[in-house]
Design a protein around this ligand. Sequence first.
Ligand SMILES: [Zn+2]
Length: 406
Amino acid sequence: MKSLLLTLLLSISFSVSAVVSNTTYFVHLKAKDAKTRSEIAKYIHIDQVIDDSVYSVVNENDLKELQKNFKKQIVESHVYIQASPGTLGDEIEFPRGDEKFHTHAEVVTVLNDLAKKYPNLTERFSLGTSLEGQEIPAIKITAVSSNRPNLFTPGILFLGAHHAREHLSTEVPLLLAKYLVENYHSNSEIKKLLDSREVYIAPMVNPDGAMYDIKGKKYKSWRKNRAVNTRGSFGVDLNRNYSFGWGTGGSSRNERSDVYMGPKPFSEPETLAVKAFIDAKPNIRILLTFHTFSELILYPWGGKNDGVGGRDQKVFEKMAKTMAKWNGYKPEQASDLYIASGDTCDWAYGAKNIFCFTFELSPKSMWRGGFYPGAKVIDRTFNVNIKPALYLLKHAGNPYGVLSEL
Ligand SMILES: [Zn+2]
């Protein structure tokens, strides 16, 4: 019955292919190993790997590609969200029950308020401006006097929401900003860190996509930014748009694909803003970019099967394993899952020598809420990630120091 319905839906939507559908589909495929998964990842983003299966929520174009290229491996597929695209003037607010999540305007307000309340610890700034002209809001947190040249104060950068529907990845860095300034005076560990570090936090790298995803108070399972592509589709996958190894696997040249790499590396104002910021801050030694979901700690390479090798490999492994003890996530090299090129961390490490981690936050699986686990998980997810964040802050001074720790 399900498959009949799906066929029906597909034939309807395909016959009016001029209209870009907003329907997303749940899909389950058999994929016996990393090689097979990497083949699939050329067409779709894999949300979850369990044993010899992969699961994902894909758009219509990508489902079509799967049916064309992996027909025999598809175990199940059905409509996940059938959303209206939203119209001009639709309210920008999270769906009922999820209002605790922060809209772009609310993120701006929270950061402004923190800057006002803690002027000696913070500096409000913008990472840049999105394609649709929205600010990419950010805050610098440090007790190091701004009169001193900051070149030699170790820096760390936290990023959230490269992907629109991963709203929890905005909440965690936003709560972290609040936590750091509110505990500076009462917590000696945090005081020590902020007295000797510069912390940069940009909780919403992709404001256009994130706000489109909730427009009209309905989730759309949107992933990309809102770039206007040449043939009527929208969006570039920002986490496939970085230059290092761009377009070498696990991303698509098809504009309609959810893993569309963009017309060229750094074609998007959002990724370009991240690049320009990091280029201007040579003191940044560690980067943590939050995504959802699956509960993983990932490190380079993502775009090739090799590890980074040498001492750096040991640093990545040691840090990932240590943090995993606190948040319970699974530490692994990103490409152990499947190849994905052009992501933040391959560029940050490959081009800038920054120790970069991707956290895939909660929940653990699709069946525990996937991209939309509800506001109840916000605090819990933040709490288990405080220690990992402070640990990275501590080691921003000398990441190699972890090798001599027990
Ligand atoms: Zn993501």
